[in-house]
Design a protein around this ligand. Structure first.
Ligand code: SF4
Ligand code: SF4
Length: 549
């Protein structure tokens, strides 16, 4: 196997024996084959679209297939096998549709090769062997590191964007241009003869389209549940039966809340589900009582200690320990072999497991943290912010956030947040915030100094806030006293970075390391063109940002 799509990749260069995330070589081969198969489907979908023929089923399938290969989503060979068989069937149907449309238009249909002609092996072992033939390692040997690395940067961007677009379509928000771009970009990647220049342009285009996907998701979440409002969230347990919900899927949480109403079960959020407490239509459920634990990489010890049932919605799942394997459930695209999967949002098995578990014997002290500073909430206090800046009470803004991970070097973000001067306001989002969101930052200009914007899925909110601040001060984002200090872990963070680069935002500090797929020559281009800065030490970076170097 060869995989270097996430930050925790082995030795910072690539997982070759087995994944640090727990992905074994067979699963890795099946995921590589699924990306290959999705390219084949896209080759026909892209051409059929040019002739006016669309397939909504294939559009949504492309999202689901790509999202399934994001880090910490689907580790289950049997489910990957089913996705592969569906990819082949959909691809064949699209080919027939394309050929019929070409005939009707009086044109000769193109004869396609490569991923378009892949025929699935009859069994799982055969599929694994096919996957081993389409690895990144094979392309690196044939095309070199620069081109392959950029292809993988675009692929990572598409995977991250697929996650956002999939969450949006679950709540009924879709955009045909976004679907069309997936097929166009995958078709481009399936062809040969790409240059560094055109792959970089495609990466930035992916960032541009992702802005649209994130806008869709913002409209989906706020349309379904209202705009988040500042909300204190309990961080200590309450006595009684319990279910903890992790991951990013608000619809799963809503359905679980409906199904647990009046059942005497308290529901807790975990990881990226924390921002759910800020949405008016979710916080209205009185048995959504608080947040439990921290970021995804703490789940094995936290879930072991949790005395109830666990629901893991889309990423980031880790290998469950035996101690809780019987009371953890997956939903949506997330899967782990041997873990019960809820395919139809009927959460009865989760509820039964919660009722059978002991629950919390007592309640903890009344401690809370504040969430709910989406773009509407922050823009609602924009006048207060501008006035505080004019009075000199707020001198700088920091956006410190992104995906979290398990490496020790990530204490940088805690140290950085602690070291930010008292006259600076900190915006945060995604699970990286657990590094510091229980610290007391006090207030500045009559506002909490730490404003939690939401999930990584809410990066759109942070962009809207930055654009509104720039407008209020009559300048552009790069001229604001605003510094972006981002942590990345997996492909959603990659596509957010591409969006920020597409928007022309410079001087982003990124860590704890830079994506391994970027060859030094490509990195140099990004550093030169966008002033992308690898993090150093909190003290050194703060000095440089605040002009005290
Ligand atoms: S997703 Fe990350 S940890 Fe898992 S195999 Fe790939 S690079 Fe390694
Ligand atoms: S922010 Fe990133 S690392 Fe954290 S749970 Fe979400 S996808 Fe996973």
């Amino acid at each position: 196997m060869f995989c270097y799509q996430c930050e925790q990749t082995a030795r910072g260069t690539g997982c070759t024996v087995s994944g640090v995330c727990g992905k074994d070589p067979r699963t890795a081969a099946l995921q590589d084959l699924l990306v290959h198969a999705t390219k084949g489907l896209a080759m026909y979908a892209h051409r059929a679209r040019a002739l006016g023929v669309k397939s909504h089923e294939a559009d949504v399938f492309a999202l689901e297939a790509l999202f399934s290969t994001v880090t910490n989503v689907n580790f289950d060979p049997a489910r990957l096998q089913r996705l592969l068989m569906r990819a082949a069937a959909l691809r064949d149907r699209l080919r027939r549709d394309y050929e019929a449309a070409a005939r009707k238009a009086g044109r000769a249909a193109e004869t396609l090769g490569g991923p378009a002609v892949w025929q699935p092996a009859a069994d799982l072992d055969g599929l694994v062997r096919q996957g081993e033939e389409v690895t990144i390692a094979a392309r690196r040997a044939a095309q070199g590191d620069d081109i392959t690395g950029l292809q993988e940067l675009v692929t990572s961007g598409l995977k991250g964007m697929a996650a956002y677009a999939d969450h949006a379509q679950i709540l009924g928000q879709e955009d045909d241009e976004v679907y069309g771009f997936f097929h166009q970009a995958l078709d481009h990647l399936a062809g040969g003869g790409q240059s560094v220049g055109d792959l970089l342009a495609l990466a930035l285009k992916c960032g541009e389209m992702n802005l649209k996907a994130m806008e869709l998701l913002d409209a989906a979440n706020t349309g379904a549940y209202g705009h988040p409002v500042p909300t204190p969230v309990r961080t200590e347990p309450l006595q009684g039966k319990a279910i903890v919900v992790s991951g990013h899927d608000l619809r799963d949480l809503e359905d679980l809340l409906k199904q647990t109403e009046g059942r005497g079960i308290n529901v807790y959020t975990h990881g990226e589900m924390l921002p759910a407490h800020g949405y008016p239509k979710l916080k209205a459920y009185k048995h959504l009582v608080g947040n439990y634990g921290g970021a995804w990489q703490e789940q094995r010890k936290e879930f072991e200690a949790f005395p109830g049932a666990i629901l893991m919605t889309t990423n980031c799942v880790q290998a469950p320990r035996d101690s809780y394997q019987a009371r953890i459930f997956t939903s949506g695209l997330v899967a782990w072999p041997g873990v019960a999967h809820i395919a139809d949002r009927d959460f009865s098995p989760v509820i039964e497991a919660a009722l059978a578990a002991p629950g919390f014997a007592g309640s903890g002290p009344d401690r809370t943290i504040l969430v709910g500073f989406g773009h509407e909430a922050v823009l609602g206090v924009a006048e207060k912010v501008v006035a505080a800046v004019k009075r000199g009470e707020i001198k700088h803004f920091f956006l410190i956030g992104g995906c979290d991970g398990a490496r020790p070097g990530r204490s940088y973000y805690t140290d950085f947040a602690r070291a930010v001067p008292n006259d600076a306001l900190i915006l945060t989002l995604a699970c990286g915030k657990y590094r510091f969101n229980k610290l007391d930052f006090g207030e500045v200009g009559g506002l909490p100094r730490l404003l939690d914007v939401g999930q990584c899925n809410d990066a759109y909110s942070a962009i809207q806030i930055a654009l509104a601040l720039a407008k209020a001060f009559g300048t552009d984002v790069n001229s604001l006293p605003l510094s972006l200090v981002l942590s990345w872990y997996e492909q959603k963070a990659v596509v957010i970075l591409l969006t920020l680069l597409h928007l022309g935002i410079r001087n982003i500090r990124l860590g704890p390391s830079l994506p391994a797929c970027l060859a030094p020559s490509v990195l140099n281009v990004l550093v030169d063109r966008f002033s992308l800065i690898p993090i150093s030490t909190p003290e050194e970076d703060l000095r440089a940002i605040l002009g005290q170097a």
